[in-house]
Structure formats: structure tokens, C-alpha cells
Design a protein around this ligand. Structure first.
Ligand code: ZN
Length: 217
């Protein structure tokens, strides 16, 4: 049997509703920044997504807003140890303790902010993420980062399966190609009923969250 290819197929992106502005309650929301690590973002990184650098500004804007409004922020950090089976798919990347594993300087977590080390695409798989969100009464999650159709999508999907409401700004995620990027928006919107927002700028937090207070308590 000969192998054939799908490369001649051209598809249209189905309609994906996009909101210009959303207001979220600061005390019921969390910002989840997925895998913005040197290996995925920076020149010299082992699995670099070139367009990821363009998302740093929009993500930083959300991070600053979240910090100002005491919104819970979670950084996921893809973490592998030597000999990880995932290297068979992607090659070696984000080995714990290396430069490539570290979260980029522009988005570096502050002391006391939550960093969730994860071993697979899904930020919830084998991690305390769900417990952390529940304990702090979170209902809405803004998910940004890279890679759109891999760790962002799996984390957003996993959140939605637990009935968190998912929000994704279009300028806050990056993929290796357009198909992967738009497939992510379509899946989040259509399948998981997440909200796609045109720009990170359009996501504002109303009121004040409890995160800083509970951290200092
Ligand atoms: Zn990985």
C-alpha cells in the first residue's frame, strides 16, 4: 500500500466569533501563562516558535494588569528530565535546570507567584493546578503562551472540561503555522465554548482580586 499525502487539500477556517472586549471579575479569575520558556521563545532555543516573541508584549500587558489587580497568576513550565520519552517526538527540550527551561526574563515570575512544572502538554495533568484554582475560587481563566495547538490547547481544553470558562486573546498565543493557530481558536471556541478576544488589551479585570492579600496573610 502506498502512502499518500493530504498536502493538496485546502480548507477554510470556519467562523469563529471574536469579542473586542471582556470584563472579568478579578477575584474569580486567573491568568495562566503557558510555557513561555527560552527553548520555545528565544533565538537559540531548542524548539523555537518564531512568532512567540510577538506575544511577549501582549502577555506582559495582561501580567501587569493581573499584578495590579491582585489576580491569581499561574506560570506553567514544561519540565523534562534526561531520557524523557517526549524527546522521541520533539527532540531534547526544556531539560530542568538549563537555560532553555527557564521562563523568559520579560515574564519572569515574582517571588510568591505560582509556577506549575508539567511533564506533558496539559497543564493539569499530574499537577496541582486544578486544586490551586479551586482553593482560590477561580471560575474564569485567561490562557496565553505557546505552543498554541499543543500546550495552550491542551491546557485550555483541560480547564474547560473542568467547567472553568476559558478566554484566549488572539495576540497572546503563537504556533508554528497558520493552520495550527486557527485550529486552536476553532477548537477552543466551538468545542470548549471558550471566548476568543481580539487583543489582550481587550481583557480587563474588574474589582480587586484576593491573591496578594492571601499570599501575605
Ligand atoms: Zn515538552
Amino acid at each position: 500500500m502506498s502512502e499518500s499525502s493530504l498536502s493538496r487539500i485546502r480548507v477554510e477556517v470556519p467562523e469563529v466569533p471574536v469579542k473586542e472586549k471582556v470584563e472579568l471579575n478579578a477575584d474569580k479569575s486567573a491568568l495562566i501563562i503557558v510555557d513561555m520558556q527560552n527553548d520555545f521563545v528565544k533565538p537559540g532555543g531548542k524548539l523555537r516558535v518564531p512568532s512567540a516573541e510577538e506575544t511577549i508584549g501582549p502577555i506582559r500587558l495582561l501580567l501587569e494588569r493581573a499584578r495590579e489587580k491582585q489576580v491569581m497568576t499561574v506560570f506553567t513550565q514544561d519540565t523534562h528530565y534526561p531520557g524523557d520519552p517526549e524527546f522521541g517526538i520533539w527532540g531534547e527540550h526544556v531539560v530542568k535546570g538549563t537555560w532553555g527551561w527557564r521562563i523568559i526574563d520579560e515574564l519572569a515570575p515574582l517571588p510568591g507567584e505560582i509556577v506549575v512544572e508539567k511533564t506533558r502538554y496539559d497543564g493539569f495533568y499530574g499537577t496541582p493546578l486544578d486544586d490551586l484554582l479551586r482553593v482560590h475560587g477561580i471560575r474564569d481563566v485567561v490562557v496565553v503562551g505557546t505552543v498554541a495547538n499543543i500546550c495552550v490547547l491542551h491546557t485550555a481544553a483541560s480547564a474547560a472540561l473542568r467547567w472553568y470558562r476559558v478566554y484566549i486573546p488572539m495576540d497572546g498565543i503563537s504556533a508554528l503555522n497558520e493552520f495550527d493557530y486557527y485550529a486552536t481558536l476553532r477548537q477552543v471556541s466551538f468545542l470548549y465554548r471558550g471566548v476568543i478576544v481580539r487583543r489582550a488589551e481587550g481583557i480587563v479585570f474588574r474589582g480587586t482580586g484576593k491573591w496578594k492579600r492571601s499570599r501575605q496573610a
